[in-house]
Each structure stands twice: as C-alpha cells, then as structure tokens.
Design a protein around this ligand. Structure first.
Ligand SMILES: [Zn+2]
Ligand SMILES: [Zn+2]
Length: 514
C-alpha cells in the first residue's frame, strides 16, 4: 500500500492535491528527485522526474515559487560488475564511487557522467528544467558535514531507530558513515575507528589493510538510510517522489522520517510514493533484467508530451504499463485531439508546456496514409485533404510523420505495417479466376474522387455479384495481394480511396490480366 498525499477520491489532478499539501506546510517548497547513474536510465526511471516536475508546475500554477532539483547519486559505489561491463576493467573497481571511476566509452569524465549525460539530454527534450545536484559535489562541498557529525555523535540513537523500524540488528561495528579509503578507493570495506567533530575528520581502517584519517567533506558517504534524510536537510527538501521500494513499512522513508525529526531536527518531506512502469509483455522495467526501453528510444517513437502525459494521467500509486504498440496510438490521439475519449485535460496541460503543435489527425490514420504515400510529405498532405483532414499544419504533420515512421519500423503491429509495391507482385500470378474477375470488375467501376465509403460499398456490391463463385474474404484478399503482395491490409474501401483511382484501376487491371 503506497502513501498518498491528498485524498484518493477527488476531481483534482493528483499533482494539484500534492501541491496543496505542500503549500499547507508553510515551508518554502523544494521538490527533490534523484537517480543512481549505475546503468542506463530508462523509461521506467522517468516517473521520478516527471512526477516531480508536475508537482513543481502545479505549485507554480498556484503562484507559489518553488525549487526543483535532481540529485544524481554518483557517490554511490559500483555494486557489482553488470553484464554490460568489461569484468577485467570493472572487477577491481567494485566498491568505488561512480564519480571516481572511468566511464565505459572513454568520452565522459566518470562512470556516473556516462549514464547521466544522455538522461540530461532527454530532460531537455522533455522540457524538464531541473537543478542537477551531483552527490559527490554535495559531499565534497561540505554541505553534508553537519549531518555527518550529527549522525556520528548520535550513532546509537540512529542505530536504535533502524533496529526498531526494520527489525534488523545493525551490529556493534555499524556506523552511519562509510569512509572512502584513499588507498584502494573503496567505500565498502572500511570501518570507522573514531571521529573528531571539531576537526571534521574520521579515523578509519580498511579491508585492504590501510589505516588513517579522512575529512568528513568528501572523505566518505553516509549509508543510504541516513544519506537520504541528511540530503533533505542539506537541500531543504519539502516534497519528494520515490519508488515503492522506499515506501514500504519500515522502508527508508519511514526510517528517514524518524532520523530527520529526532537526529537532524527537521520535518521530513511530503512523501509521494510511486509504482513502477512496466513494459508490456516484459514485466517491470529494470536495468539488471535488461527489459528496458531507453528514454532516447521512447522519444524516437513518441513526442515528449505523449510520454509525459502517459505518466501524468495516472496517479503515482497506480502501476503503469507502457505499451509501445497500439496503446501508444491512443495516447498520441488523447494528446492531439480535444475530442478523444478519456482525455485528462489537466494532465495534458502539465504535459504540453511550450511549443506543442497538435496535428489533429488520428495517429492510426496518419500511419496508414504515411505508408500509402511512402512518407512523401506533399503526398501525405494531399491524401489527408482527400480524407477529411484539410488545413493540417504541414510542419506539425512532418514532425509527427517522423515519429510515425520510426513507430512503424519498430513497434507497429504487423496488421498496420505495409508497403505499397512499385510493381505488380509475383504472388498475383496465383490469383484464381474468380479473384481475377472480381478485380477486373472493380477496376472497371472505380472512378476518380470516390470517397472511402463509396469504394467500400462498391467492393461489397461487386463481391456479392460473384458470391456464387467465391467467398467474399477470398475476393478481398485479391485486392491486398495485388497492391501489397500479401493477403491482409488496412480497411479496403478506405485504403483504395487513399491510393486514388488512377493507380488503383491500373494495378487491379494488371492483376486481373495476370
Ligand atoms: Zn562514456
Ligand atoms: Zn582500502
């Protein structure tokens, strides 16, 4: 059961409910989000920042100035050699902070930056303007030192809170702070032997055999359950979305809230726990399972507003399944078309800040038209006009066509994918006598300017005249075989109307003659 700020039964958008709760605390709003850059940051991770951005915008819409930050957890250690890493290079680096080890491609200043950089590019495309805070810089700047001192001085109280809420014994050697060994670079093999609050140093020993003293500022990091509330204090965080793994009873939000109040003397932020985003047919997205869709790949098939809308139209506590196939068509249409069923206007408003140009053509229609026109923009515009979509903005249409093309190439179901062949396909030789008579009669009666409905009626009429010789399905197949070289395709009447009578008469005639 995830926490909800605000009531579950309300007409208000959830981001507005959260903004009201945050405003009611009377504290200057600071929305915080964060991700560990240990691997590709994927569509599943988008919920964190998009949720934070919606709350930030909802506060702004109320005239409440807020801050919005994204903490990159690059001071976390490399936990293990992930499948995408070279074991010879990264094996010895396990346990060192992501900010202090080399990047896999050699072009970024650290491992952490390698995975952060493409994510920041995606945020620009998604129009999410967020202050990026790197955890290593936060520690090195000394901003966390006050909390490091408080946690070390109150070690027993902190340990007591963890034991009480998690039911786990932390052990006598446990410390809230992990020094980073200057000899081997690891934060995972060290023990605290003592500390000086006045000198702001920590004495350590390391599994590698080293012993010594490190500064609190940058010389190590707080363990996660203490790091999080310390960050709330250092950044003044008043509201934070986080994944459901942190939201469980006795989870890191629960322990963080107690530590915040009892050790750091602050109120914890308003919690907004969110569910995962799954990928249809593949389960919850997770880098370690390898079933992820990169944000860059998602932004190739869907406009940024559509991805934002997908996330914002559901309450954070509801699980989302991203279906890049047919569901994407519906989402694009809800964003694009004011009359679309199920459209959430407020979610849309929070998704389409700046520069969004609706096309006003159902995406499914555009996908068929685009293929019929072989992606030629002027031809697409002509077909759109013939099919009842006059006055479409050509720039917006061209933009949407780029998404349509990539979607067709990657995720479109087979039934929506086709290619109008340049010449009569070889398989047309196998058409039977009834099919040929059908195509000949159809070619004869098709006339310029017929609408999809008119062609549809004509097809049925001609087919029923031949009902003694062949089943209608067999006859319709002949149309697709003549044009696409396969037995299925888009709705026939509509499709032939798109293609125009000149081409259709010629092609069906050729197929009829064999
Ligand atoms: Zn790199
Ligand atoms: Zn060491």
């Amino acid at each position: 059961m995830l926490r909800e700020a605000g009531s579950a039964v309300s007409d208000k958008h959830w981001a507005d409910e959260v903004a009201e709760v945050v405003a009611a605390t009377g504290r200057p709003p600071v929305v915080s989000t964060g991700i560990s850059p240990s691997g590709d940051i994927h569509v599943g991770n988008l919920r964190e920042v998009v949720t934070g951005d919606a709350i930030y915008r909802a506060l702004g819409d109320r005239g409440i100035p807020a801050k919005f930050n994204f903490v990159c957890d690059n001071f976390d250690p490399l936990r293990r050699v992930y499948p995408f890493l070279d074991p010879a290079v990264y094996g010895p680096l396990v346990g060192r902070p992501l900010s202090e080890i080399p990047c896999p491609c050699g072009e970024h200043r650290s491992y952490g930056e390698h995975f952060l950089a493409p994510f920041l590019d995606s945020l620009r495309i998604l129009r999410i303007e967020v202050e990026v805070v790197r955890a290593d810089e936060l520690y090195k700047s000394g901003a966390m030192t006050e909390c490091i001192i408080a946690a070390l001085e109150n070690r027993d109280a902190v340990a007591g809170i963890l034991e009480e809420l998690t039911g786990k014994n932390v052990g006598p050697e446990w410390s809230p702070f992990n020094p980073r060994c200057p000899e081997c670079g690891r934060v995972t093999g060290t023990r605290v032997r003592g500390f000086s609050s006045s000198d702001r140093t920590v004495e350590y020993s390391c599994a590698c055999g080293a012993l010594g003293r490190v500064p609190m500022a940058g010389g190590g990091k707080l363990v996660w359950r203490i790091d999080w509330p310390a960050r709330w204090k250092a950044l003044g965080v008043t509201v934070e979305p986080f994944g459901k793994d942190h939201a469980t009873r006795g989870g890191s939000y629960d322990t963080g809230a107690r530590i915040a109040r009892e050790v750091f003397g602050i109120e914890p932020p308003v919690p907004v726990g969110y569910e995962w985003i799954g990928l249809r047919g593949m389960g919850d997205m997770s880098s370690s399972k390898g079933n992820v869709l990169s944000i860059a790949a998602a932004l190739e098939i869907a406009p940024p507003e559509v991805l934002r809308y997908m996330i914002l139209k559901e309450r954070p506590q509801r699980k989302l399944t991203f279906d890049p196939g047919l569901q994407l068509l519906q989402l694009v249409d809800q964003v694009d078309d004011a009359s679309a069923q199920g459209r959430d206007e407020r979610a849309l408003q929070l998704s389409t800040a700046g520069g969004f140009r609706p096309v006003g053509v159902p995406f499914k229609h555009l996908v068929v038209v685009a293929q019929a026109a072989r992606f030629d923009v002027p031809e697409v515009m002509r077909i759109l006009e013939r099919t009842g979509y006059a006055g479409v903005d050509p720039g917006a249409a061209a933009d949407r066509l780029r998404f349509a093309r990539r979607w067709i190439e990657t995720f479109a179901p087979e039934s929506l994918r086709f290619e109008v062949l340049d010449e009569l396909p070889g398989v047309a030789r196998d058409l039977n006598a009834a099919q040929r008579r059908f195509l000949a009669a159809l070619a004869d009666r098709l006339a310029p300017g017929m609408t999809g409905d008119e062609v549809h009626r004509l097809i049925y009429e001609v087919a029923s005249n031949l009902s003694a010789e062949a089943r209608p399905a067999e006859l319709f197949e002949a149309i697709y075989i003549a044009i696409l070289g396969r037995s299925q395709g888009p709705r026939a009447g509509w499709f032939l109307a798109f293609l125009g009578s000149e081409f259709t008469k010629r092609r069906l005639g050729e197929a009829a003659r064999g």
